[in-house]
Design a protein around this ligand. Structure first.
Ligand SMILES: *Cc1c(COP(=O)(O)O)cnc(C)c1O
Length: 432
């Protein structure tokens, strides 16, 4: 344990010198110093124990400090933590590829390992542009997407994030202009309304000669709105894309590896995208790692072009530690009936959140797989509610009007109840 003085030093130095996600250097939001984490529990230095509702932003699917994942990292450390991927290959990279190929949608067979989700999105977009260059259609350099999406904070990724919440106003001309279709409004599990597709159809009709690909998050829109839409949108979109000669990129960085009740959200549809991105949960949340995965046809077409190669190569590509822990994480998934577990989390969240529909300040409640969302009518003050959540012994970090959880899959039903009941109590208190 640290002394009070040492803890104060951490907080003071942090406040003075460190950036946190989306915070001010003048008036930063409070942060809580974490001592350790294990299973679904995050422990602060003052001894406070928090049940984790966030899986550290979708990533820690098996919980913290997992003995199998710890062991994978430690064993790999003995051989090498890193070696360049230019000119070398290694067993961890191939082990992971074999495990991915077992679970990926059929036809996605060319895997590009990279460092983070945003980078995987950049790579997927670059692949699409190079694909059309190789096909002699170098005018196809733009992208279409739907509103309320989120694809990361780097430049090209940001250009396809929701234009309102995605900071387009702030960055203006610095962002590449893209095409934004209306957000699909037919709910997952509800009626399909064909009119959902109208605005995307119009964009593709009018601009297909400029559009390299449509990029979107399949079924679940994450950080751009926590919205679950009808899979039929994607089935119809896929037909349109083929008709107009446009590639389809599915960003599965949040949804991948079981989160929605299917291994990939794509499996709620009948579509195999041309390119798919994965990240976040791939390492079980142990470290930053991601991949952009293309069909053989896309990969070959790129390679037959003038450049002859795909023009990308990050320094830490295929990092052995990340590959080892990812392979171990997929082995854990393969070792138990994760799908039943996700379904039982889903059932319990549906039951326990149902009462919130009656709250005056709640606009909507939705649950899909192990993702539960309570949408409020007015935006919440994050710092203020965060404090209330910590007082309840739970870790929940809302944004805008969305109070949401996507806990580690290993959460027990008692722990999950603590989360859901804590959230309901805080909503009543906050608005009460
Ligand atoms: C988080 C996220 C990203 C960005 O990933 P980083 O690892 O934060 O760069 C991209 N797309 C989706 C759908 C995400 O949820």
């Amino acid at each position: 344990m640290l002394t009070d003085k040492e803890i104060r030093h951490i907080l003071d130095t942090d406040r003075e010198h460190l950036w946190h996600p989306y915070t001010s250097a003048i008036d930063p939001l409070p942060v809580y110093p974490v001592r350790r984490a294990e299973g679904v529990t995050i422990e602060l230095y003052d001894g406070t124990k928090l049940i984790d509702g966030m899986a550290s932003w979708w990533a820690c699917i098996h919980g913290y400090n997992h003995p199998v994942l710890n062991n994978a990292v430690m064993e790999q450390l003995k051989d090498m933590s890193h070696v360049m991927f230019g000119g070398f290959t290694h067993k961890p990279a191939v082990d992971l590829a074999e495990r991915l190929l077992r679970i990926l949608p059929q036809g996605l067979t060319r895997i590009f390992y990279c460092d983070s989700g945003s980078v995987a999105v950049e790579i997927s977009m670059k692949m699409a542009v190079q694909y059309w260059q190789s096909s002699g259609q170098s005018s196809k350099t733009k992208f279409a997407t739907v509103r309320s999406g989120y694809h990361g904070d780097t430049w090209r990724a940001m250009s396809v994030c929701d234009p309102v919440t995605g900071m387009h106003g702030l960055f203006g001309n610095a962002l590449a202009p893209q095409f934004f279709a209306d957000q699909p409004r037919s709910r997952f599990g509800g009626e399909w309304d064909n009119a959902d597709l109208d605005s995307m159809k119009k964009i593709l009709e009018e601009h297909h000669d400029q559009i390299a690909a449509v990029i979107l998050e399949p079924v679940v829109q994450g950080a751009g709105g926590m919205w679950f839409y009808h899979p039929q949108y994607l089935n119809e979109l896929s037909v349109l894309c083929k008709e107009y000669g446009i590639l389809l990129i599915f960003d599965e960085i949040a949804t991948g590896f079981g989160r929605t009740g299917e291994m990939f959200a794509t499996f709620h549809t009948s579509v195999t995208p041309d390119i798919m991105t994965v990240g976040k949960g791939i390492t079980g949340g142990y470290m930053s790692f991601a991949a952009a995965i293309a069909t053989e046809y896309v990969a070959r077409t790129i390679s037959e072009g003038e450049a002859g190669v795909f023009m990308h190569g990050p320094t830490f590509m295929g990092n052995p530690l990340a590959c080892s822990v990812s392979a171990a994480s997929l082995d854990i998934l393969a070792s138990y009936d994760w799908q039943s577990k996700i379904h039982s989390i889903e059932r319990q969240m549906k039951e326990e959140f149902a009462v919130a529909k009656k709250y005056k300040e709640v606009a909507d409640v939705r649950v899909l797989g192990s993702i539960g969302v309570i949408e409020t009518k007015t935006p919440v003050d994050v710092a203020k509610v965060q404090k209330l959540f910590v007082k309840e012994g739970i870790w929940v970090r809302p944004f805008g009007k969305n109070i949401y959880i996507m806990p580690p899959y290993i959460i027990g039903s008692g722990e999950l109840s603590k989360l859901t009941h804590g959230i309901l109590k805080v909503i009543r208190e906050y608005y009460g």
